[in-house]
Design a binder for this molecule. Structure first.
Ligand code: PLP
Length: 329
């Protein structure tokens, strides 16, 4: 995807339209609330490209989209429904308009079709990020924007992101992780809904800073811990551990994003006869686990090699199974 001109799909929620543009030439009003307030939401979905079974001309990945040209590689959006459901839940938490499904489907499909059409055989996967902003700040001259053809209300967009070789390598090579204080007690979100804990908002500056801080300490990744000592999540991924025949992950209500990848992994694990459950976990629980992973849409499952310098048990077999369960969703 690197050298080609990259597609961008722009959604005008009020007008109910989708138009395609180029990411390199994106026009985004400086007065949009997403830019100055981080007031918007997003999702990042992983798309697999299957060249072994090209489309027969009747449908696309799930049969719900338009007919595709025979010979086009089939694509699959992993955990498509859980992602959109979470997108809608995030919108509700921010009191944004309910994102119109048809427009987002059209935008994401347009991006996928362009990426696949421009790709060679080496492209087997990429991600698509889609987002929704409240639109222009109240002090903006909405009429002037509209006269210039810029939507004044809520706007959405979708664009592709490549899976980097470094991200793909982490799936088997693993990461060294350090814990970082999240600064709030577990379960605070239940008492303080305005903190938007559990919504996937565009305000990721803290998450980015935590990732940089971890790297500055010589680690690959951070793991947030609540003030009262429960492990929460990474800046862009959920934690799952194995303890015997059981998979465990922190309860989303403790103050973290409920992951679509973690849910896919749990569904696969349960189908395979393992127990999978939510619970309160401490740093000691992670260190004593029979395996620990960070799960997220693009990187799928990444084994933890160490936590705060302590070596962790690495379960390569379960890593492979997690990859398969996640790809099946
Ligand atoms: N937690 C945070 C803070 C995230 O940003 C993400 C995803 O980007 C996740 C968890 C994992 O969510 P998912 O598996 O749905 O990608």
């Amino acid at each position: 995807m690197g050298r080609m001109r990259t597609p961008l799909a722009l959604i005008d929620v009020t007008a109910g339209t989708v138009r395609t543009a180029r990411l390199e030439e994106a026009q985004f009003p400086v007065e949009d609330l997403a830019i100055h307030r981080g007031e918007g939401i997003f999702e990042t979905v992983l798309v697999s490209v299957d060249r072994t079974a090209p489309a027969d001309g009747t449908d696309s990945s799930d049969g719900t989209h338009d007919a595709v040209a025979p010979g086009t590689p089939r694509t699959r959006i992993h955990s498509e429904e859980p992602h959109f459901e979470r997108f809608r839940a995030s919108a509700a938490m921010l009191e944004l308009p309910d994102p119109p499904r048809a427009l987002f489907d059209e935008a994401v499909a347009a991006v996928i079709a362009e990426v696949v059409a421009a790709s060679d055989d080496s492209l087997t996967e990429f991600s698509v990020r889609y987002a929704l902003s409240r639109g222009l700040d109240a002090h903006a001259d909405a009429a002037a924007h509209q006269a210039a053809g810029t939507p004044a209300g809520a706007r959405g967009w979708a664009f592709p992101i490549s899976v980097t070789p470094a991200q793909a390598a982490q799936r088997t090579e693993g990461v060294r992780v350090i814990t970082l204080d999240r600064g709030y007690d577990a379960y605070l979100g239940e008492r303080a809904p305005w903190l938007l804990i559990g919504a996937k908002t565009l305000s990721y500056a803290v998450n980015q800073a935590a990732a940089r801080h971890a790297k500055a300490q010589g680690a690959d990744e951070a793991l947030f811990v609540s003030r009262d000592g429960l492990v929460l999540e990474g800046p862009t991924a959920n934690l799952v551990i194995r303890r015997g025949d059981e998979l465990l992950t922190p309860d989303p209500r403790a103050g973290l994003l409920h992951g679509t990848t973690q849910r896919a992994a749990f569904a696969g694990a349960e189908a395979a006869g393992l127990t999978a459950r939510y619970g309160d976990l401490t740093v000691e629980d992670v260190v004593a686990a029979d395996g620990a992973w960070l799960l997220s849409s693009t990187r799928t499952a990444v084994p933890l090699l160490s936590l705060d310098g302590k070596d962790l048990a690495v379960d390569a077999e379960l890593t492979e199974q997690l990859h398969a369960w996640i790809r099946a969703a």
